[in-house]
Write a protein that binds this ligand. Structure first.
Ligand code: GDP
Ligand code: MG
Length: 164
């Protein structure tokens, strides 16, 4: 029936995760948190030096916010680790593991969460997770469009052209 079909579709849900520059020093610990969530599987992973033009595209929804240029500087301040996670309800499961956007708030309301453990404040919050299926599709295409079964199909570094 339709509920079974929905459950099957949901089982293979993908979400996009980024370990942001401030947490790269502890990337192993963030990955361990992912591994502790038994239903999530890391299906793809890529180390990326995000260029400012790409960061602006990735965060285009925030382009009118006062913090936009600070955000772009932050996510381009060092390499990031991009990942595709797959599993039942992966988008929601990972957003819950992340905790709220502000790491200080996360330490109050979600003490064991990734942002509570590895983030600093409202901006430097350690990691990203897609917030919807639409966002997951867009964000995964942005970082993994030129990969086939997790293997890079070109030897070119990730550029704006390969992610649009
Ligand atoms: P997320 O979906 O929980 O990552 O939060 P948003 O989509 O609202 O914001 C995207 C990212 O922008 C966050 O993860 C933070 O790194 C940063 N950010 C969000 N709100 C603020 C803010 O008020 N000030 C600053 N400096 N950065 C923010
Ligand atoms: Mg968001």
């Amino acid at each position: 029936d339709t509920r079974t079909a929905a459950a099957v579709a949901c089982y293979r849900q993908s979400t996009f995760v980024m370990i942001k520059p401030d947490a790269m020093q502890r990337a192993g610990e963030v990955i361990s948190r992912i591994e502790e969530i038994a239903t999530l599987r890391i299906a793809d992973m890529r180390l990326v030096a995000l260029q400012p033009s790409m960061a602006r595209l990735f965060y285009a929804e925030h382009s009118q916010r006062t913090f936009f240029e600070d955000l772009v500087s932050y996510v381009t301040s060092g390499p990031i680790l991009a990942m595709r996670l797959v599993g039942p309800d992966a988008i929601k499961v990972w957003r819950e593991a992340l905790g709220p956007t502000d790491s200080n708030e996360a330490r109050r309301s979600a003490p064991g969460s990734v942002r509570a453990l590895f983030g600093t404040d409202k901006q430097r919050n350690a990691a990203h997770g897609s917030d919807s299926r639409e966002a997951a599709g867009r964000e995964l295409a942005f970082f993994f469009k030129d990969t086939v079964d997790g293997i890079c199909s070109t030897s070119e570094p990730l550029t704006e052209l390969s992610c649009l």
